[in-house]
Design a protein around this ligand. Structure first.
Ligand SMILES: Cc1ncc(COP(=O)(O)O)c(C=O)c1O
Length: 381
């Protein structure tokens, strides 16, 4: 990538909203944050104690580039228990957040100028990372009226000679929708390289969801991490499951680019697998309560959500009755009533009249934020 191509890289607009919100806060304004997908609950004490033990025992040096064996074993056991799939630890690499996992997977499975399908609405960074790495994002839209499911026939029709790969994110940021298992299976059968970002796994309210790993494929990278399920955003820890024939390439990439994932975070994360299922269930229950409350409230103020967000902590809402561009609306909301939410443009051109509300924070914050939204609509729209 030459420097002039940097012009082509979009900002992460939600971060710009956050930065503006923080600036207003520093000037004494009261701001409610529903813009960021960051769980605000405390990290479990088991994880914190393990981090403290690691520090006390000077376990703070580089690890093997794949990561510590004890954590890779836990991950392998997780796939066996939850997804009934045997994954040897030598195909698991611990990464610096799932963000680094995405970069490694793209570098190892695609070439410069390859077309990579990105399902829209999408996590904002995918097309930008692809462009930075000289790959070509090929946007494939999904729609609210289809519950954001991938239309498999249309997807097949968009594959050209240059299309080698697809990035799938189920459950998704920004919709919180999971793709149906038959959709996942059909995508696997298309014989593309797949990068399956499963960072919201474990945060589903509906029936148990499948990992793409359950459909046999030799061309699939699984990306996952600890930021969302265990609220460990700042610990910068994720992992990838690598196709067998790519293990050596990924090892060389990791050694040269990142060396290894953060060591203390790795030792701490081993304990994430000891957290009682009751604790995780309660966290999930509280997300579901917040989701139900938000959907009811939005309905009462006339904002229709015509799909089922059945995981994680996002609702993507159509604001076409209120704006031409939700970016302007989000800036205005912040200025006038002190509410920060994410503009749809971050998730793709087709979504610039949508906004994303995140209820990753507390119920109190959500209630306050939705009251401010109501006030704004009544006063200014
Ligand atoms: C879909 C998706 N993938 C990856 C990431 C990055 O996560 P991490 O903190 O593990 O780098 C995020 C963060 O919001 C996300 O929503």
């Amino acid at each position: 990538m030459d420097l002039s191509s940097l012009e082509d890289i979009r900002p992460f607009y939600v971060m710009e909203i956050l930065e503006k919100a923080l600036k207003l806060q520093s000037l004494g304004r009261d701001i409610v944050h529903l813009e960021i997908g960051e769980p605000t609950e405390n990290v479990d004490n088991l994880i914190i104690n393990s981090a403290q033990n690691a520090l006390s025992n000077n376990l703070d040096k580089y690890t093997n580039s794949f990561g510590i064996e004890s954590l890779r074993e836990k991950i392998s056991q997780y796939y066996e228990k939850v997804h009934h799939t045997l994954v040897p630890t030598d195909r698991i690499m611990i990464t610096t957040g799932s963000s680094a996992g995405i970069i490694l997977a793209i570098l190892a499975s695609t070439s410069i100028n390859d077309e990579v399908i990105v399902v829209e609405p999408h996590y904002p960074c995918y097309p930008q990372i692809l462009k930075i790495l000289g790959r070509k994002p090929k946007i494939f839209p999904t729609f609210e009226e289809d519950n954001f499911q991938i239309n498999v026939d249309k997807l097949r029709g968009t594959i050209s000679q240059a299309t080698t790969s697809i990035i799938i994110n189920s459950p998704s940021n920004p919709t919180s929708v999971s793709q149906n298992p038959d959709v996942l299976e059909s995508v696997v059968r298309m014989n593309l390289n797949i990068i399956s970002d499963e960072i919201y796994h474990g945060l589903s309210f509906g029936s148990k969801i499948k990992s793409i790993i359950e459909f046999e494929s030799k061309k699939t990278f699984i990306v996952n991490g600890f930021s969302k399920l265990y609220a460990m955003t700042g610990w910068r820890l994720g992992y990838i499951v690598i196709p067998s024939d790519k293990v050596r390439s990924v090892q060389k990439l990791q050694q040269n680019m990142f060396i290894c994932a953060p060591t203390i975070s790795q030792y701490a994360a081993v304990s994430a697998y000891e957290i009682k299922s009751e604790v995780q269930k309660n966290i999930l229950k509280s997300y579901k309560q917040k989701r139900d409350f938000a959907l009811r409230f939005l309905d009462e103020i006339g904002i229709k959500v015509n799909y089922v967000p059945d995981a994680a902590f996002y609702i993507l809402c159509n604001f076409e009755d209120y704006c031409e561009s939700s970016l302007d609306l989000c800036k205005d909301l912040l200025d006038k009533v002190g509410l920060a939410i994410a503009p749809g443009i971050d998730f793709g051109e087709n979504y610039k009249k949508y906004v994303r509300i995140s209820y990753a924070g507390s119920m109190e914050e959500l209630q306050k934020g939705l009251m401010l939204l109501k006030e704004y609509i009544l006063k200014y729209k």
